[in-house]
Design a protein around this ligand. Structure first.
Ligand code: 2P0
Length: 337
């Protein structure tokens, strides 16, 4: 745990614990300008800033309560997990930041509303919801910014899941990470749409954490990435502020492809995109040649997401009938705001 975060949650660690049952929701997010590479692995500090759009009601509901037994219990989508499983171990490691070495067995239940068929990662929404639920359970009244700093230690992309809408994760400069957190952009773009094109829900070849470390360590293309990604992030932020889709779309796609290029050039290569992902991209590019205004972004997995404006929805669906279309600014009914 970093000193900055230790200070934030010292009350939870110091007081005789009186854990209240608590529940929280956090949305998933898709980076329009990607985070890929760390300057400090222990503090989970990024090499470059990133910007995301949250996915409305698609995310994680997490509850925290005292365990009815003498043992920790972690459930995911209603199923009790082996405490040694990767998910349970990472969850309990995070919980330990709050309870320290006190004997305080907890029941932590997570339910994801991201369709399993889409095979999308949920560590961002999971750690953001877990942070909020733990803060409520331990009666810590913290700002979204402070919770974003804490969530960062669970997963970098979780810094951006504390809010709906556009969120920027400023890479920050401080060694202790105190200025590396999500910042909600107060700009709406009501007719912006995201489509998820499900490709494969299979297990990734490598976790994104391992993948980014491998790319940074071995890819001869990686050294140019952080500076270019920082420029992309600034460009995309301006395109959002100006609501300029002609600027936004191409840069979102170029940024994602540049990130994947660093992985493909890694030694040995790392390919999250499968033949089917490339086939989706080929269809998209062909449709674009015929006038479609939609652009792709891909994360550490094979699924493709599209960014477009509302007036392109029917054209997107005619090319990709399997697409799940999300309206990020209207598809949510609950906190966070
Ligand atoms: C992103 N990804 O900006 C990028 C794009 C995947 C590709 O953030 O090591 O699970 O826990 O900080 O947040 C996924 O990486 O990694 C991610 P850790 P995380 O959304």
């Amino acid at each position: 745990m970093t000193d900055a975060v230790r200070t934030l949650i010292s009350k939870a660690m110091a007081d005789v614990p009186d854990v209240q049952p608590a529940e929280a929701f956090a949305p998933s997010n898709i980076a329009l300008s990607k985070y890929w590479g760390k300057r400090d692995k222990a503090r989970n500090l990024p090499l470059n800033s990133s910007i995301s759009i949250s996915l409305g009601d698609l995310g994680s509901h997490t509850s925290v309560a005292l365990s009815p037994t003498d043992k920790d219990e972690v459930t995911l989508d209603g199923e009790t997990l082996d405490p040694d499983s990767a998910f349970a171990a990472r969850t309990l490691g995070f919980v330990d930041m709050f309870r320290g070495d006190k004997h305080l067995p907890l029941l932590v239940q997570t339910r994801n509303t991201i369709p399993t068929a889409a095979g999308l990662a949920s560590s961002a929404s999971g750690f953001a919801a877990l942070t909020q639920a733990l803060c409520a359970a331990f009666d810590l009244s913290l700002s979204g910014t402070d919770m974003s700093r804490i969530a960062r230690l669970g997963s970098g992309s979780a810094t951006r899941s504390l809010w709906h809408g556009f969120v920027k994760w400023s890479k920050g400069e401080a060694e202790d990470g105190s200025d590396s957190h999500g910042i909600k952009l107060d700009h709406r773009w009501d007719n912006l749409r995201i489509a998820i094109i499900p490709v494969d829900k299979g297990i990734k070849p490598q976790s994104s954490r391992d993948g980014m470390n491998h790319s940074a360590r071995t890819s001869p293309l990686f050294p140019t990435w952080p500076a270019q990604a920082e420029k992309d992030c600034a460009f995309i932020e301006t395109a959002i502020l100006e609501r300029n889709f002609d600027a936004l779309g191409p840069r979102v796609e170029a940024n994602a492809l540049a990130m994947h290029a660093t992985m493909i050039a890694a030694r040995p290569p790392l390919a999250y995109l499968t033949e089917k992902s490339w086939s989706v991209l080929a269809n998209l590019w062909n449709a674009r040649d015929n006038g479609l205004s939609a652009f792709a972004t891909m994360d550490a997995g094979p699924n493709v997401k599209l960014v477009f404006e509302e007036n392109s929805t029917s054209d997107v669906l005619s090319v990709f009938p399997e697409a799940q279309v999300i309206s990020p600014f209207s598809d949510h009914a609950q906190a966070p705001s």
